[in-house]
Write a protein that binds this ligand. Structure first.
Ligand code: FAD
Length: 317
């Protein structure tokens, strides 16, 4: 079923969904199952699986030189989606990136997904690679997520890259990313929302947000989106903060702010267990308020910490 149909059929009830990362190369699918098994009691209608493009590393060679080598540390997004659907009978939503893909490779990936009966995708641009100052698309790849949305919508109408192909119509439901604290490259929130509206006008039918720790930012964002004419479901994304180092690593990676009250509580917690408890309680407080406000769903970034997510969901849903 399509993600949007789940929200429609929920009739105002707030749904819970989860997002997982593929395990590091060399691990088995059981790592995914171990993370998801305890979360399945909450009956998520769908589970997202992130995509991780290749990174370049410099390897020291026997000659003494360094060689630039491309490695993908977390492959397997499509295979994991298929394994999740088979094991749990829920929909799995692969993230699909512009970065690292030519249009041809994107088309082939979409054909694979269609054959596997995976009909939901989250269409994203992806970030710049570590050594590149800014996002660089592949030669003959997409520069912005909207271009990826357009390609998927073309395939939904039977339009393939090869004009000779009179192709089958796919039926993908497309989600896109939104940023309650603005995407870090955008000059301002207004410009970012204009670009978000363009993705929706191009065919995206729901939005999942970047994580945030201050619900007011989310509520203001939704208000601004509605004022701009964006009418699709906007689903808040949450990730509990449970460790001291995350007070710096999360803002650095996701360009979000922590409320001072949360920072103080984390810093004054007496040990690691107390810090985790602070993060759990904060996420419970956020989830309860979001649910009371009638959000269509809460999307939890599990990032390998199922036990923490389990406690939060148990307390709220
Ligand atoms: P876009 O929508 O293309 O926007 C990127 C920037 O360009 C924004 O500042 C936007 O305002 C601007 N822009 C858009 N269109 C135009 C235009 N036509 N002209 C000028 N400017 C424009 N990354 C991964 O690598 N793997 C994942 O699995 C993954 N999952 C994610 C899931 C969620 C819910 C979110 C919120 C993010 C995820 N990301 C993931 C991170 C994402 O790839 C980055 O945030 C990336 O920098 C932007 O992606 P986007 O799809 O929002 O890009």
């Amino acid at each position: 079923m399509k993600v949007t149909e789940y929200y429609e059929k929920a009739n105002g009830k707030t749904l819970v969904s989860f997002e997982i990362l593929p395990p590091l190369k060399g691990s088995t699918i059981h790592q995914i199952f171990d993370a998801l098994d305890p979360l399945m009691e909450f009956k998520p209608p769908f589970v997202d699986v992130t995509y991780h493009r290749e990174e370049f590393v410099y390897k020291s060679m026997p000659s003494g030189h360094f060689e630039k080598v491309a490695i993908r540390k977390r492959p397997g997004t499509i295979g994991i989606c298929s394994a999740i659907s088979m094991r749990y009978g829920v929909d799995a939503v692969p993230h699909l990136l512009c970065g690292g893909f030519t249009k041809e490779e994107t088309e082939n990936a979409l054909i694979d997904l269609n054959f596997l009966n995976i009909n939901n995708v989250l269409a994203l641009r992806g970030d710049a690679r570590a050594f590149e100052g800014q996002f660089v698309p592949e030669k003959n790849g997409h520069k912005y997520a909207i271009d990826l949305v357009r390609q998927i919508m073309d395939m939904n109408q039977g339009i393939y890259l090869d004009e000779q192909v009179n192709g089958a119509h796919t039926d993908f439901c497309i989600g896109v990313a939104g940023y309650p604290e603005k995407h870090f490259e955008s000059p301002n929130m207004e410009a970012d929302i204009i670009n978000l509206k363009k993705k929706v006008d191009a065919g995206a039918s729901y939005i999942v947000t970047q994580l945030f720790y201050d619900n007011k930012k989310f509520f203001d964002f939704v208000k601004a989106c509605r004022a701009a004419g964006i009418e699709v479901p906007i689903v808040p994304g949450l990730k509990p903060v449970t460790k001291k180092y995350q007070l710096n690593s999360i803002p650095r990676k996701f360009y979000v702010n922590f409320p001072e009250e949360l920072v103080k509580a984390i810093l004054s917690a007496k040990d690691a267990a107390a810090r985790t408890q602070v993060g759990i309680e904060w996420a419970i407080m956020q989830s309860k308020e979001l649910k009371a406000a009638g959000v269509p769903g809460v999307h939890f970034y599990t990032m390998g910490d199922s036990a923490v997510i389990q406690k939060i969901v148990e307390a709220v849903f």
